[in-house]
Design a protein around this ligand. Structure first.
Ligand code: EPU
Length: 423
């Protein structure tokens, strides 16, 4: 087992480069199962979720090679299996994309119900509604979802909730179906556009990704090609908040500033300075500048991302005034607040609302990462706290951030990973 040890109080200054987007990579990699031929995928983040997913693809019979620092080549031409059992998929939520990809490829998929971060109930009814609209029969038995059809036919699907996963899964199952599929009330996150762009480069016909109506005209087959994953919006946002929180000055490179607008707007509202360039963004908040309270509501893109909620709450916990965080995407994403309270934060949670009284400063303490983004929030809390913070349960952070502590160290943070006994 490992833990992060942070001596708080250092300003972050300098330049840091953002890796490829986790939530795009974990969809593009299964999407390669639909392709006859080799897909070269660049700017792939080196994170646990990607390693697990690549391993699953190999076990399914795809050829998977790490062809460079952040490059993965996948050739699923001779894919052998349509079935991904529990032992394979239990470690990650995004394994649900295997259902759409295998269904699209073989008209048959058997995939165990996914694992991943625990935010309360995580239904997949909208994914299933979409598969059934395309003509698949589905059942869930003994923890396995089975979807099968003689053939898949395009259909019009209106999603009852704006769901990233259901939107992508439907695209995956529809690209090789007969006829046209229209997804209405689709999610608009940057990674949805990225998956559509990847599939289009491989020969698919998808229009409208990034709007709430996506049209997919089925094609006979996809063939190989090269594609580069977009930069990670949430990793970039994490550095933006960390720069402001430590009253530092950081240039964050390899970003798409447009994807960061809701985060930029909130930091500016709080008093930070944010400058946008073509593919970088600079956040500074050097003293005597101070930050003040803000109310934040998480929403699907282009709203403020739920995956930035713990990071901004860590910052709000030390600024002047009373802030209100309203979580509108997940039922239960405040588990980490007890950990922040150990560090002296004054936060009251009532249902989907957290009321945060700024306390001026936090004090270092042992805490755990209760999930991936909560872990990022605890790191920011540790960076601004007085004294030493130890963060346990790092496997959550390792699922989604490439070399997080290395990047923070390069900005001047005092943060070390140490081995702390066996699990
Ligand atoms: N929902 C349903 N039915 C469904 C699907 C979703 O009711 O069939 C509800 C969920 O319960 C939730 C809302 O719709 O209340 C949104 O869920 P969504 O399907 O959009 O989430 P997801 O696809 O499971 C992805 C990201 C999450 C991120 C959410 C929201 C991946 C692999 N995961 O999850 O990212 O929080 O979208 O933006 O893309 C993370 O990266 O830390 C992470 C958790």
């Amino acid at each position: 087992m490992e833990k992060l040890v942070i001596h708080g109080g250092n300003k972050l200054c300098g330049q840091v480069s953002v890796s490829g987007a986790k939530n795009a990579a974990v969809a593009v990699i299964p999407a390669a199962l639909l392709v006859n031929g080799k897909c070269r995928i660049e700017n792939v983040p080196k994170i646990k979720d990607v390693i697990v997913l690549c391993d699953i693809l190999s076990q399914l019979g795809a050829k998977v090679e790490y062809a460079g620092e952040n490059v993965v080549e996948i050739d699923a031409t001779d894919l052998a299996y349509h079935s991904a059992p529990y032992e394979m998929v239990k470690k990650m939520r995004a394994s649900y994309y295997l259902i759409g990809a295998l269904l699209g490829r073989f008209c048959k998929a058997e995939v165990a119900m996914p694992g991943g971060c625990d935010f309360g109930s995580r239904p997949i009814d909208q994914h299933i509604k979409g598969f059934e609209a395309l003509g698949a029969k589905t059942k869930i038995k003994n923890g396995i979802i089975t979807a099968s059809a003689d053939r898949l036919c395009g259909a019009q699907v209106y999603l009852d909730v704006v769901s990233v996963g259901a939107t992508i899964n439907l695209m995956l199952s529809a690209v090789l179906a007969d006829g046209v599929t229209v997804i209405e009330n689709a999610a608009k996150e940057p990674h949805i556009v990225d998956v559509a762009n990847f599939l289009n480069v491989m020969g698919a016909n998808i229009r409208g990704a990034g709007t709430d109506v996506i049209r997919i005209k089925g094609v006979r087959s996809l063939s190989g090609g090269a594609y580069s994953i977009i930069p990670d919006q949430i990793e970039a946002g994490t550095f933006m908040v960390a720069a402001a929180a430590t009253r530092g000055d950081v240039l964050i490179t390899n970003v798409i500033p447009k994807h960061l607008e809701s985060i930029t707007a909130k930091l500016v509202e709080m008093g930070a300075k944010v400058e946008e360039f073509d593919d970088s963004i600079r956040v500074s908040c050097l003293p005597p500048k101070t930050l003040h309270k803000a109310n934040v509501k998480t929403l699907p893109y282009p709203g403020f991302p739920t995956d930035m909620q713990p990071q901004i709450v860590a910052l709000l916990s030390v600024v002047g005034g009373t802030s209100i965080m309203t979580e509108n995407v997940w039922d239960c994403r405040f588990q980490y607040i007890d950990e922040l309270k150990r560090m002296g934060a004054n936060i009251k949670v009532d249902g989907k609302v957290a009321v945060i009284e700024g306390v001026g400063c936090l004090s270092g303490s042992p805490v755990k990462a209760t999930d991936l983004r909560a872990g990022a929030g605890m790191v920011i809390a540790g960076l601004i706290a007085h004294g030493v913070t130890e963060i346990h349960d790092l496997h959550h952070i390792d699922r989604g951030y490439e070399d997080m502590e290395g990047k923070f160290v390069s900005l001047g943070a005092d943060i070390r990973r140490i081995v702390c006994g066996k699990k």
